[in-house]
Write a protein that binds this ligand. Structure first.
Ligand code: DAH
Length: 342
């Protein structure tokens, strides 16, 4: 047995392992359950007791030599780091750092507020959860007005009698401003509003508006027209034309809606403007005397104009986006297209 062990030891010392496959073959031949060294240990159990000491010693040496050989082979075949040197090309440019960008609605909101603050309007804000008075009552909505209906307004469940709701327009902020400030008032109120609408390419249950309000002595419809004309020229360029159509809002008298030349077809007619060459962008009018009185502003001394427009509508025209839902889906393929716009 002693000779067998010595010859295996010579054999093992003479073996060179250079691949994983050779290492596995080595392990199977010598160290596995059915390997040669394991069978030597079985044989060892049968030898005479007086031989055990010497043979046990060299048998252990053989096993250790085999294990050492195998572990050296394994560590030689391991790559030194996760990326082996062959894969690492230090001359390659690094991955670009992905910069974020403003949301298109934020871009337009900022442009709109910049345009109005340039002519003396100040920005004011109000709560998105409103009471009935600020959203409807003070704005001269009759008690049975359809806009108060569950179909249009999201009401907030409360324990008391008072009705709370998600504001349906930013006109509620003009009430808060008039209640707290004395004329002259020149303010715009950008913000998010909510309506119980079916979501489609043209409507959403949440969107953004900018409300405008100007109250002073002697403010006229001519001031309103000029202010809005200035706004669209700044926003869309000098070539843009405007037209006013009579309309109705409970909080303004007279009321109007304003259209601008369709930017998609430049007034020639297309599906976006329903072949009329015009698109509606806002509602406006002279603040109703009842609204002034509701807010403790003397309607015999002061007059004012107000207007309200959707930021999404302006953004759609400006960026030629044909589906409103894109603004709310947070799809990076859409949002990353606005990177170059400041
Ligand atoms: N609040 C109206 C809406 O949400 C928009 C509006 C129309 C605001 C006329 C006004 C206005 O201030 O005078 O549709």
């Amino acid at each position: 047995m002693e000779d067998k062990i010595k010859s295996y030891l010579d054999e093992i010392n003479g073996i060179a392992i250079s691949t994983d496959e050779q290492a596995e073959q080595f392990r199977l031949k010598y160290l596995s359950k059915k390997g040669l060294i394991t069978s030597l240990f079985d044989e060892f159990k049968t030898i005479a007791p007086e031989q055990r000491k010497t043979i046990g010693k060299i048998l252990n040496e053989l096993k250790q030599a085999a294990e050492l050989k195998l572990s050296e082979a394994k560590s030689a075949s391991q790559p030194t780091s996760a990326v082996s040197n062959a894969q690492l090309d230090l001359s390659l440019p690094s991955d670009p750092f992905n910069l974020g960008s403003r949301h298109p609605i934020s871009i337009i909101r900022k442009q709109m507020t910049d345009i109005f603050t340039k002519i003396g309007f100040v920005v004011s804000e109000g709560p998105e959860i409103e009471d009935d008075w600020h959203n409807f009552g003070a704005l001269n909505f009759p008690a049975d007005h359809p806009a108060r209906d569950m179909q249009d307004t999201f009401f907030v469940e409360t324990e008391g009698d008072e009705k709370w709701l998600l504001r349906t327009h930013t006109s509620s902020v003009q009430v808060r401003v008039m209640e707290n400030q004395k004329p002259p008032i020149r303010t715009i109120s950008p913000g998010r509003v909510y309506r119980n609408e079916t979501i489609s390419a043209r409507a959403h249950c949440q969107f953004h508006q900018v409300e405008g309000l100007y109250i002073d002595e002697g403010v006229s419809f001519a001031d309103l027209k000029q202010t809005l004309y200035y706004f669209v020229q700044e926003m869309f360029g000098d070539k843009i034309e405007i037209r006013f159509r009579p309309s109705f809002f409970p909080f303004t008298e007279p009321s109007a809606e304003m259209d601008i030349t369709c930017l998609i077809c430049e007034g020639k007619g297309c599906p976006v403007c329903k072949h009329s060459g015009w698109v509606e962008i806002l509602g406006c009018g002279m603040v109703h005397p009842n609204v002034l009185d509701n807010c403790k502003i003397d309607s015999k001394v002061y007059t004012g104009f107000a207007f309200g427009m959707g930021i999404e509508r302006i953004a759609m025209l400006k960026f030629r986006v044909n589906d409103l839902r894109l603004f709310f889906e947070n799809d990076m393929r859409f949002l990353s297209q606005f990177k170059s716009v400041i």
